[in-house]
Design a protein around this ligand. Structure first.
Ligand code: SF4
Length: 249
């Protein structure tokens, strides 16, 4: 990976940052570089990564490695990821920037424990959420830490309810407005696939109407969901299978 970057090439794993930077926006990569440039503490740590895969949703483009809900729907042994002991083994007083991904932080006990026991010298905290439940504790945390909440939004109204099953649009919207009223930096993130690409203009209009920063990237895997896939039969088969898994009509 280091070699590719040294040659000015984004490795395949970094497609999300590459796409965002192409739009002239800050990616997780450029954001981390900027944080580093403002940091004065020696030997400080920026901590990022997947803490666990505990999640209460079964989004259409996700899988059991990221969501225990999807794993449980599959009705067989599914992966339980838990990196919390690795997190707690870090020197907490050196952690200045925390960027941890789920699973879903509002549903994970591991996440809740971290939010209740943040590192003493923490400066910034960023997390993703599906916005099914509001993390009200962030309001108090924002008194001493710069908090960024990235809300996943893969559609508006019915498209959202299909893409982010079983999260209801009304619940999502109400919670998003609650986050908007909180002293946190709020932004929206869309994973664009063949399932929701037609709704992208609506999502962009929604973000603009509500004055919320919005970024997106095109999904490449699984290939059937790539926006350039012309095999409608395969797409329909994928949708049918996903609906059956979730018991959707
Ligand atoms: S909320 Fe996130 S982790 Fe959970 S199913 Fe959706 S995309 Fe996957």
């Amino acid at each position: 990976m280091e070699h590719a970057f040294m040659n000015g090439v984004f490795p395949n794993e970094c497609v999300r940052c590459a796409q965002i930077e192409k739009e002239g926006k800050d990616s997780i990569r450029t954001y981390a570089i900027k944080l580093d440039q403002t940091e004065t503490q020696q030997d400080y740590l920026q901590v990022g990564g997947v803490l666990d895969n505990v999640c209460n949703a079964a989004c259409q483009t996700c899988g059991p490695d990221c969501s225990t809900k999807i794993g449980s729907l599959m009705g067989r042994t599914f992966p339980i990821i838990n990196n919390s002991s690795g997190y707690w083994s870090l020197p907490q007083d050196r952690i200045r920037h925390l960027d941890i991904n789920g699973g879903e932080p509002s549903y994970s006990k591991n996440y809740k424990k971290i939010l209740a026991n943040l590192p003493p010298n923490l400066k910034t905290l960023r997390l993703n959420t599906n916005c099914n439940v509001v993390l009200h504790e962030l309001e108090k945390i924002a008194d001493r830490v710069e908090v960024t909440v990235t809300v996943s939004c893969d559609g508006i109204g019915d498209v959202h309810e299909f893409m982010r099953w079983p999260i209801k649009w009304d619940t999502f919207y109400k919670n998003l407005m609650t986050y908007k009223s909180m002293p946190v930096r709020l932004n929206l993130w869309t994973t664009v696939s063949i399932l929701n690409v037609d709704d992208l203009p609506n999502i962009q209009a929604f973000a603009q109407e509500h004055n919320i920063d919005h970024s997106y990237a095109y999904l490449k895997e699984p290939a059937v969901l790539d926006v350039n896939n012309k095999d409608q039969v395969a797409v329909d088969a994928y949708i049918q299978k996903q609906k059956e898994l979730r018991g959707m009509p």
